[in-house]
Design a protein around this ligand. Structure first.
Ligand code: BES
Ligand code: MN
Ligand code: ZN
Length: 501
């Protein structure tokens, strides 16, 4: 799908999209179309009980006295709140309506609502951004065009705006972020016979053409470094475990140390010897969603040449049961020197992160560390698919993340940490167990486990994204499948607080 901007208001063949605001106000362009159709827009809205709510649409087919085959009236919600997110949702709704509808072109009359805190250019760019994000589809494995329900047939989106040049410029920046999001979605959607630690490391290597320095550690290097926790998880797999270090340095001076992001990259999680039940196990191909987000973030930052020094580290392993797999009860020694009794081989993500977190702090002395992981099913019980769980030792970083999440529509909700939870990790035989006693507060004890690998004084946040990495239903700008969650959130965090001018 190609997106372009124009100030030529004359074109109106194919499909046309216009806006309505809450309480049934029409945009000036919508008003014009309503007049030309003898009031058909208002009548359609009335009949469909469409009141201009954000993301709601009503469609008129082959309206009389018009070139257009279809007119889509799209709700923007309350005029005062019709900002970036309403514009993105509108763009998403337009593409949602025509993506697979065998319509070549949609022309959007992007009148900026009066009172919106956005310029015409920014408003138009955000419509384009929402449209682009929604236009994604992962369809490489369909061999027959006709059987492919998700095949995108929409070819052109034309946005009519007062300032097409400035809109294009604003959009080009957003496009770079979308490229990061799409990279994450691709990786998360890819099945585990294709995407395994080495092939995922290869995907990381492609970032070097954007100026990202990529360093891949194999099992030998990791063994030398003493990464017994990560290696123990991968030891049952035929595939070699990998640790990938990606570094983007777009900052002028870096007195403070880089910002660091660490991702759980379990390319498939069978549970290992503590094997999972068969039902739904296919979902565990996206147990590398944290790593996917970190990789997509690095692509976005490098793509838009962010003025920041950022490090992304992903621990890539496949958790399999086999004759060489680690057993429940095994004791492993992590790179930090701390020993871990592996009670449940299905609590593997924290073992991978333990070594990756220690490594990033030792090598880079970062100003903060944020890890992302599809770590626990329990976080889905707690927060569903609305918020990622956030655990942190730092109020400032938490606040910044929470605000970035609200602003970007990738929300996080802070959960507690505390000594009582930490004590649940006490082992009879080693420094800690990898699961909490009693099986209660599973997301919190997982976070407590990670915190044991964070140095005093390092601001840290852990995002449990098990409920967010995969979309089971269509969202405003997120199609079903790998969501790309985390890329926009962390890009915004960096942009708002950690970028030089
Ligand atoms: N990858 C899973 C968590 C998960 C579950 C992610 C559902 C996405 C959807 C993780 O490795 C896991 O198996 N966690 C266990 C921990 C338990 C053994 C303490 C869980 O949540 O059941
Ligand atoms: Mn597991
Ligand atoms: Zn897992």
């Amino acid at each position: 799908m190609r997106i372009s901007f124009t100030d030529d208001r004359s074109q109106s063949s194919g499909a046309v999209a216009v806006f309505a605001l809450k309480a049934k106000t029409l945009s000036p362009s919508a008003e014009t179309f309503d007049e030309r159709t003898g009031g058909a827009l208002r009548r359609a809205m009335e009949a469909a009980r469409m009141k201009g709510d954000k993301g709601k649409t009503v469609e008129l087919l082959a309206p009389a006295n018009m070139d257009a085959d279809r007119i889509l009236v799209v709700g923007l919600g309350e005029p005062a709140e019709a900002g970036a997110s309403a514009a993105e949702a509108a763009g998403g709704a337009i593409v949602g309506a025509y993506k697979t509808a065998h319509q070549d072109q949609v022309t959007v009359f992007a009148d900026t609502p009066e009172g919106a805190a956005l310029s015409d250019a920014e408003f138009a760019a955000r419509i384009a951004y929402g449209a682009l994000l929604k236009s994604y589809s992962f369809d490489k494995y369909f061999t027959k065009k006709t059987d492919n329900h998700s095949r995108v047939t929409l070819k052109r989106l034309v946005i009519v705006t007062a300032d097409p040049k400035a809109a294009k410029k604003a959009y080009e920046m957003l496009e770079k972020i979308a490229e990061g999001v799409f990279f994450t979605r691709d990786l998360v959607s890819e099945p585990a016979n294709i995407l395994y630690p080495e092939s995922l490391a290869d995907a990381c290597r492609t970032l070097s053409k954007l100026g990202v320095e990529v360093d891949v550690l194999g099992e030998e290097r990791m063994a030398e470094l003493g990464m017994g926790a990560l290696l123990g998880v991968g030891q049952g797999s035929e595939r070699e475990s990998q640790l990938v270090v990606m570094e983007w340095n777009g900052a002028k001076s870096s007195k403070k140390g880089p910002v660091a992001f660490v991702g759980k990259g379990v390319t498939f999680d069978t549970g290992g010897i503590s094997i999972k039940p068969a039902g739904g196990m296919e979902m565990m191909k996206w147990d590398m969603g944290g790593a996917g987000a970190v990789i997509g973030l690095m692509k976005a930052l490098a793509g838009r040449k962010a003025k920041v020094h950022a490090v992304g580290i992903v621990g890539l392993v496949e958790n399999m049961p086999s004759g060489t797999a680690q057993r429940p009860g095994d004791v492993v020694t992590s790179m930090s020197g701390q020993t871990i009794e592996v009670i449940n081989t299905d609590a593997e993500g924290r073992l991978v992160l333990a070594d990756a977190l220690h490594y990033v702090q030792e090598r880079f002395k970062p100003q903060f560390v944020i890890d992302l992981a599809t770590l626990t099913g329990a976080i889905i019980t707690s927060l569903g698919h609305e918020y990622a769980g956030m655990f942190s030792n730092d109020d400032t970083l938490s606040q910044q993340l929470a605000e970035a999440g609200e602003g970007e529509g990738e929300k996080v909700w802070r959960m507690p940490l505390g000594d009582v939870y930490d004590k649940m990790l006490t082992s009879q035989i080693a420094d800690m167990k990898n699961v909490g006693t009693g099986g209660k507060a599973g997301s919190i004890t997982a976070a407590q486990f990670l915190q044991r690998f964070i140095r005093r004084g390092t601001p840290w946040a852990h995002l449990d994204i098990a409920g967010m990495a995969w979309a089971d239903s269509e969202g405003a700008t997120v199609p079903k499948g790998g969501s790309g969650y985390g890329v926009r959130l962390l890009n915004r965090l960096v942009e708002e607080h950690y970028e030089g001018k």
